[in-house]
Design a protein around this ligand. Structure first.
Ligand SMILES: NC(=O)c1ccc[n+]([C@@H]2O[C@H](COP(=O)([O-])OP(=O)(O)OC[C@H]3O[C@@H](n4cnc5c(N)ncnc54)[C@H](O)[C@@H]3O)[C@@H](O)[C@H]2O)c1
Length: 329
């Protein structure tokens, strides 16, 4: 059994806590500055709890930690935890700027610990299978891709005005909160984004001023990619389209399926996944993290992949701010 500290037991932290318990491979301890949440973790899951990271580290020993606080705290906490020799699962986005990245990179090497970033799309079967299909070369050279995504965010996160989402400097807005997931998924499937032009605006969500709508025209190397995402539409739908020399691939996240249509064919061949509980993806991610710290192969986003997606987020914000295309170095 691994001993695991969950830092931040809000929406996603509670899910991680529950899903690591459900993996049957870890004993979890909670840490949150909100006493009511700590009491709830004790009551619902029997998890011991501490109000601060310092208290939690003084009181117990852990193999690993899951950092589920707002994003401006991810890398400072990672530094503290790596010094203590813990393996880390860090929530997305990795950070809000690149300042601490070199130091954390060095700390990971010095500590010799496993670090993964919780870009959970890697554990959606329709994304993972598409990733493998594309890597097999079945579509030949990839040339063009697009993403159309949206949902009514207030339905899924009624507290959006009160949480990190309301402020860019805490990781809020559509780019850092939602687009980052699909950008990371695209980068995982077709390679890193190398330049982009972004346009974004606050179109509808009440009580916030951050952007809820974003368009990006990007290149991932030679591949031309178009992203379109909003957080107010009624339909909760995300569709990826990827076109290569030999055919096309389509992923319908909302329908839990992916398909391919090769040159000369007229119908899509679909691969569907049976209905899943939302926790299932997070249990798969928890197991992948535990595999990783045990030295086994896993599909988690690496630290360097998450740094690349952080560069995508920053380039998109800068492009919106300046009105200029941005090259990602
Ligand atoms: N992968 C996903 O699907 C997914 C979904 C939601 C959120 N997230 C990410 O997870 C992170 C947290 O999001 P959330 O929705 O759970 O936010 P949240 O506001 O619901 O929870 C954050 C928690 O962190 C606690 N906290 C803040 N500072 C702390 C500190 N110094 N020490 C201990 N606890 C502290 C807060 O009290 C709060 O309970 C964000 O980076 C977000 O982008 C990821």
């Amino acid at each position: 059994m691994h001993s695991l500290l969950i830092i931040g037991c809000g929406s996603i932290g509670e899910r991680h806590l529950r899903c690591f318990q459900k993996s049957g491979r870890a004993i979890v301890t909670a840490c949150d500055t909100n006493p009511a949440l700590l009491a709830a973790m004790q009551e619902r899951y029997g998890a011991a709890g501490y109000a601060t990271l310092d208290e939690a580290l003084a009181a117990g020993t852990y193999d690993a930690a899951v950092i589920c606080t707002p994003a401006h705290l991810h890398l400072p906490m990672a530094q503290t935890l790596l010094k203590k020799g813990l393996h880390l699962l860090i929530e997305k986005p990795l950070a809000l700027d690149l300042k601490l990245v070199p130091e954390v990179r060095e700390a990971i090497t010095a500590a010799g610990r496993f670090v993964g970033i919780a870009y959970v799309y890697h554990f959606m079967p329709w994304i993972a299978e598409s990733h493998d299909f594309l890597r097999s070369g079945a579509l030949g050279k990839i040339l063009h891709a697009s993403l159309s995504a949206g949902q009514h965010f207030p339905t899924f996160r009624p507290a959006y005005r009160e949480i990190y989402y309301a402020r860019h400097e805490h990781g809020g807005g559509a780019i850092q909160d939602a687009l980052t997931h699909v950008a990371n998924a695209f980068e995982w499937m077709i390679g890193p984004c190398t330049q982009l032009f972004a346009d974004a605006a606050h179109q509808l969500l009440e009580g916030v001023t951050v952007e809820d709508t974003v368009n990006v025209s990007a290149r991932h190397g030679d591949i031309l990619v178009n992203y379109s995402l909003n957080q107010f539409q009624a339909a909760n739908e995300t569709t990826f389209l990827i076109h290569g020399q030999l055919g096309s691939l389509k992923i319908e996240v909302h329908a839990r399926r992916w398909g391919h249509l090769l040159a000369g064919e007229t119908e899509w061949t679909w691969h569907e996944t049976a209905p899943l509980e939302r926790d299932d993806l997070f249990i798969a991610q928890a197991n992948a993290f535990l595999d990783g710290l045990e030295g086994l192969a896993n599909a988690l986003s690496t630290f360097e992949e998450a740094v690349q997606t952080l560069k995508f987020n920053l380039a998109a914000l800068r492009s919106v701010h300046t009105g200029l295309p941005i090259v990602i170095e």
